[in-house]
Design a protein around this ligand. Sequence first.
Ligand code: SF4
Length: 353
Amino acid sequence: MKQVLKWCEEVKIIEGYVRNCVYDLPRKKYELVSSNCNNLIKLMEGNTITENLAILSSENVEWMFFFLSEEYLLEIPELFRENFPPLSMSWETPNSINNAIIHSKNDVSKVISLLNSVVCKHIQLICENEKELILILDKYLRRTNFHSIEVILLSGTADNTILDEILEEYIVVSNIVVQDTNDKSKSSEKVYFSPFFTTNIDMYIESQNLNLYLNKKIYFDEIGNIKNAPESEDIIGNINEISSSEELKAIIENKNFQKHWNVSKSKCFICSDCEFRSMCFDKRIPYEALTGSYFYKNECEYNPYIAKWKDDEGYQTLEECGVISNENGFSINHEKIAKINALLWSEEGVETE
Ligand code: SF4
């Protein structure tokens, strides 16, 4: 039976300004590829390997074998070609809240009990030190419905053995981060998040219409104020003033509390041109521009118009590249960017638009 090529339904391509990103959702990894990837796949799909060898350039033949080796492209009997339903893009969860950030200064018992009532799955617990952490874990979290607890120690031990023991004893604790209080960047205006992304099917689907960082998140600050996230401006209640799960649910259902949940990266200037937009947990708060799209008040550390991170050689800010986004809208100087990219990438082999 004739064997033809078929692109895997669970491997998605997100187009960026300079390059594309292939999201291998089942394997939770990604690859950066050239910007004409989608057209190339359209050209290759449905053909046999031999047919493609006859029509593709030598560079594109290399891409074909790369996609085959990664199992992004599959060789299947032609008869089965239409038997692969598209990946469903509907994202649903029964939980009112998926993740919560709690300070140990709060009434932890009360917060945990209220979070259980809204079926929260993941929490981040901010504690002073490991002694306080062990007390809280022993008292309230030996048996828990939470799937994972990430811990931030504000002034914890440098002794990894103690932390390893905690991780071993309380398997629900997924991670402990000891904050470096000497690191001034933590309290500055710096836009910080790791460039080491990861992806998976749930996250990809959620990212299509929702904000991966802000959606279904809740934050209780040191004095009990309730906000969507630590970075949010709006305070929508205080844990010390509520006593029932109905009151917490009313806060969560408040329009103002949820106002950024559905601001996906595709609705934001700059991010909509970025190949990482379906796996990005950027913590900045988006603001609505007059055009109805969203802008950020400070720049991300990645510039998608030149495919460079701030620490990379040749990095330039958005403004230096002729890209402006603010409450009035968005403007871009394509010619200027083309010149910058020609200088940056002509010898490194990344295709520019
Ligand atoms: S925040 Fe930065 S990395 Fe994330 S999608 Fe926007 S531009 Fe890309």
